[in-house]
Write a protein of this length. Structure first.
Length: 276
């Protein structure tokens, strides 16, 4: 699709899109952003590939229909909305995709030279019942033309991660230390962490403890684990370490960020392990 997004976003989010979490999606807030011009060429090209109806593909035939001229496929309008939604609204570092949409409506035809923008009203933001490690945000999405007429609307759902959940793993680090650490993490690293989190499908990981355990039995292994890790409990260390025959399993009085919370203790235990 060759449409361009030329207008600066007018979203009022307090945080940039590559540092945005569930907590930034406030019920009742309204965000408007994007500007995409529709061209006849892209209407026809899209329709020939995906929605080959005369009023989308042939200007002459479209003139004789109830629309009185060429109109864009509703699915093309959805795609243009998604481009703006992704570039300006969806967090780039904490989004775990969407379970779906509801109430999709095409309310007015979209024609060549229309200029579209997107308005999003946050309807609900709460912890997911089925997936409590993330939030559920429901957003009323409206696509408007240059006359401020709503041409498309839908209710979308998205799963963003909690900043508080991601940052609560420390027992010894101060809030200032955690904030400074996150400020040093660039957008690329944040996206890499998100990709790793998205890949944590239990079905794909089935049997990995056995495979890793086999490796541990061949290589002298030291396991250091935070006794107060809020994400993965100490039982995992027992199974992974002692169950796999690790040389030593040490439970430290820290949270998730073991090496950051107890650097001296970690260094001493590693030196002792290597010396043996």
């Amino acid at each position: 699709m060759n449409a361009t997004n030329s207008a600066p976003p007018t979203s009022t989010f307090p945080t940039p899109i590559d540092d945005r979490y569930f907590e930034d999606y406030v019920p009742g807030a309204v965000h408007r952003f994007g500007e995409m011009r529709v061209t006849e060429q892209e209407i026809v090209e899209f329709a020939h590939r995906y929605d080959p109806q005369d009023f989308h593909t042939d200007p002459a035939k479209a003139a004789g229909t109830i629309f009185g001229g060429l109109i864009a496929s509703g699915w093309m309008t959805c795609g243009m909305m998604m481009r703006m939604y992704s570039e300006h609204y969806l967090t780039h570092n904490a989004s775990l995709a969407s379970p779906g949409i509801d109430e999709l409506r095409w309310l007015k035809p979209v024609r060549p030279d229309d200029v579209l923008s997107t308005r999003v009203t946050i309807v609900e933001a709460r912890r997911s019942v089925s997936k409590p490690d993330r939030g559920l945000v429901r957003s009323r999405i409206e696509v408007l033309n240059q006359r401020d007429e709503v041409v498309l609307s839908m209710l979308a759902m998205n799963y963003p991660l909690f900043a508080a959940e991601l940052r609560r793993g420390s027992r010894r680090l101060s809030a200032q230390q955690i904030r400074e650490a996150y400020e040093r993490i660039g957008p690329t690293t944040k996206r890499a962490v998100l990709q790793w989190y998205r890949a944590m499908d239990p079905e794909k990981l089935r049997g990995w403890e056995d495979r890793l355990g086999a490796l541990v039995r061949q290589v002298p292994t030291l396991v250091l684990w935070g006794d107060h890790d809020p994400y993965i409990d100490r039982g995992f260390a027992e199974r992974f370490g002692e169950g796999a025959g690790a040389n030593a399993v040490h439970h430290l009085d820290v949270g998730h960020w073991v090496q950051a919370e107890a650097p001296d203790e970690v260094a001493a235990r590693i030196r002792a392990h290597l010396a043996r």
